[in-house]
Design a protein around this ligand. Sequence first.
Ligand code: GRF
Length: 203
Amino acid sequence: MSSPAPKTAILCSGGGSNMEAVVKACKNKDLDLNIELVISNKPEAACLIKAHNLGIQTQVLPNKESERNDTLLKILSDRGIELVLLAGFLKKLSSELVSQFSNRILNIHPSLLPKYGGPGMYGLRVHQAVYNAKEEESGATVHIVTEEFDQGPIILQSKTQLDPSDSPEIIAKKVLVLEHKLYTEAINKYLKEIYPNVQHPSS
Ligand code: GRF
């Protein structure tokens, strides 16, 4: 018998297109997750409206770092969350959270890590750096979150060829299209190969 779908929270700060793609994949039965809620640090973020329209509960975190970290831990524990997906979440997670959810937090990053990752590398900055370096290809990476920014074990990557005339904005669009497919594929790989062997938060 297959194990029940992990109770999952998705954390996002912006547009929420990756969150939407993951929720839709679950609705289409391409992915077996129980999406309990979407959490954002930004009350005005479009991801909250998208989540609401998809019928997913939402929560907003306090602005102050210590309160935000405590609130997040409490929400995850109260809701019995087993898996956390970062989808454009722009705040650093506390060490306590990363250790409590060891191997159970995934992130999607819009570059071919280890290139163009690390602190300060988010949003258009990533694509600007790729453009400045005249890269012939870029892509996206799904990885397990560890204490070191964007350095956790890679689950899956997807690549796209770049044209010398591609602006950073065009590169961002090309990569985002890849991301929407990649996150679902990577989560499926993770659920099959890694998740069965990771420790449950309450054990
Ligand atoms: C994506 O490029 C993702 O890789 C990065 O932040 C962006 C979020 O986009 N971490 P969206 O909010 O999912 O539309």
